[in-house]
Write a protein of this length. Structure first.
Length: 164
């Protein structure tokens, strides 16, 4: 077999352009944390990619908040499914989560940007959601990426087609 035509181990690598498009386009992820017993568990959550960090929000009585306070190591999985980028693309981020009270400095920009991202075609709905989230006991989760695992299945399919 011609070695030039063998599958490249880099064929599934995602370009920085596609990575940034996916982070900015998608609005839902799987957020994963560790239980008290050390088991991984997660939930689908809406997110915002801003300032090179991932931002989410939930109530302070959520089990994930207690878990993050015990152990801030988290993972986030973002799929291209439901976007124009395609379902065969995905990103996993391992990082540390910082918790911010809703009254903190991030409130002034976060809720407006987050709700506009989630409801880009409904300014009225975004404003209503923003007001709903600006409540006592709302926590902003900031994920600082430490490791990236990116997969681009479309790049692999193109590479395999070029081998034919």
């Amino acid at each position: 077999m011609n070695t030039e035509k063998q599958q490249s181990p880099f064929a599934t690598q995602m370009s920085e352009t596609i990575k940034n498009q996916l982070l900015e386009t998608q609005d839902e992820c799987t957020f994963i944390w560790s239980t008290r017993q050390g088991d991984g568990t997660g939930a689908s959550m809406s997110y915002l990619w801003a300032k090179n960090h991932l931002w989410l929000t939930t109530r302070d009585n959520s089990p994930r908040i207690a878990a993050i306070r015990r152990n801030p190591a988290v993972s986030v999985v973002i799929s291209g499914a439901g976007t124009t980028l395609g379902k065969s693309r995905g990103i996993t981020i391992r990082g540390k989560a910082l918790l911010h009270e809703a009254q903190a400095e991030h409130t002034s920009w976060f809720f407006k940007a987050y709700t506009k991202h989630l409801l880009p075609h409904s300014p009225t709905g975004a404003k209503q959601l923003e007001q709903m989230l600006k409540r006592p006991n709302q926590i902003i989760i900031e994920v600082i990426p430490e490791k990236w695992i990116c997969y681009d299945g479309q790049n692999l399919m193109k590479h395999l087609a070029d081998m034919a």
